[in-house]
Design a protein around this ligand. Structure first.
Ligand SMILES: [Zn+2]
Length: 394
């Protein structure tokens, strides 16, 4: 008998609320998703608290829960996960901050937390300049205490002393169109100073729309048991987002790179599907497919783009995925977002999200995969779904 194959599908932030532009439907209800509808018809659907009570609704927390790690026990901050994704190992006297390239106007209003989505090469040049002027050997105040490391697009990393930890830093995407509060706490002066000093560095980069850095999400490096140790199966993942990739690195998953996977609406959907099928055919037991497009559309408040990203999931991933999995023998799939990103709010919420669990050989009660479709079901803890997926008897 061939081993069971497992797939976890994560349309980032896809859960939403009824929207007037969709005649009061949610994007999941409005999108034409025949493959998902048919899977739902023979699945178990329900509601999952991917964001535990009292925690912030970030993709780090939600994806940690989806991978089957209780965020209460393992989460130390967002930036150290992204630092792991770019190969940084932090020592115990270091923490890392997320360093966004952002656009802030003269009144301090957060115009764009993504700094106009700079080109990767242009952003690398900016980070090199920040490192030269504000990093070791630079002329900023207590020179040499921070280091800048380039990530992707607008998402970068700053390493700082661990004594800076106890500072409240506002996630910039929660303040679009409003005055974003400055850091408050032990390192507020240093962090404000760095953000201010970065404006003169960015002023020399007219090719980049961003005009300063924003520092937040800090923490020490988390200690996570390997995925195979935690769940007893060998796993891989594909994602364009460092935050998710870092979780794969920290849990020793096989993180697969796919050309054209860019975290945006025009990402390589088919490439991600094929990466999953190839990895599973080559011997991995479980594969996580993460696509960011639905979350970006939620942040942009772009109703049509969010519906389109869901339809792309259906026709460009799920259709071929199910066909490919069927040729391998028995398989099980878990599908859920890491949080909701309602179009009307343009930011993440803590609301429980719909999940779908389907087994190719054992039909569940069936249902409708949407926010309303699962509204009457009991809420389960998000981090418990992974063990339900890999325990074939459930
Ligand atoms: Zn997310």
């Amino acid at each position: 008998m061939s081993p069971v194959k497992y797939v976890v599908c994560v349309p980032d932030g896809c859960a939403d609320e009824p929207h007037p532009d969709l005649d009061g439907r949610t994007p999941l209800e409005a999108a034409h998703m025949p493959v998902l509808d048919s899977l739902a018809g023979r699945s178990t659907v329900g509601r999952a608290a991917v964001i535990p009570d009292g925690m912030a609704p970030g993709s780090d927390i939600g994806n940690l829960a989806i991978l089957g790690y209780d965020p209460h026990n393992y989460h130390t901050g967002r930036a150290p996960i992204e630092a792991a994704a770019i190969g940084l190992r932090l020592s115990p006297d270091q923490i890392s901050f997320r360093c966004n390239l952002v656009t802030v106007d003269d009144q301090g209003v957060m115009i764009d937390f993504a700094g106009g989505h700079p080109e990767v090469d242009a952003a690398v040049d900016v980070l090199a300049d920040l490192q030269r002027e504000l990093g070791p050997g630079g002329d900023w105040g207590p020179a040499g205490v921070v280091e800048f490391h380039a990530g992707v697009q607008y998402r970068h990393i700053m390493v700082a002393p661990s004594s800076w930890l106890e500072t409240d830093c506002a996630p910039p995407h929660d303040h679009t169109g409003r005055i974003a509060p400055n850091p408050v706490g032990v390192a507020s002066a240093e962090l404000c100073g760095l953000q201010e000093a970065s404006r003169r560095v960015l002023a020399r980069h007219p090719e980049v729309e961003a005009n300063q850095i924003w520092l937040w999400g800090q923490g020490p490096q988390p200690v996570l048991p390997d995925f195979v140790q935690q769940h007893g199966v060998e796993a891989g993942m594909v994602t364009a987002v460092d935050l998710v990739k870092g979780l794969g690195v920290l849990t020793d998953m096989d993180v697969v790179a796919v050309e054209g996977a860019n975290g945006w609406y025009d990402t390589n959907f088919e490439g991600k599907r094929d990466a999953a099928l190839t990895a599973l055919a080559d011997g991995l037991d479980l594969f996580v497919i993460h696509v960011e497009a639905t979350d970006e559309a939620g942040h942009a408040g772009d109703v049509a783009a969010k519906v389109k990203a869901l339809e792309d999931w259906d026709s460009r991933i799920l259709a071929g995925l199910v066909e490919g999995l069927d040729s391998m023998g028995r398989w099980r799939m878990l599908l859920l977002p890491d949080h909701a990103t309602p179009l009307a709010l343009r930011t993440h919420t803590c609301a429980a999200v719909p999940y779908l669990l389907v087994d190719s050989e054992v039909d569940g009660p069936g249902g409708i995969y949407s926010e309303r479709g699962v509204a009457d079901t009991e809420v389960v803890a998000g981090h418990q779904l992974m063990s339900r997926l890999v325990s074939v008897s459930s």
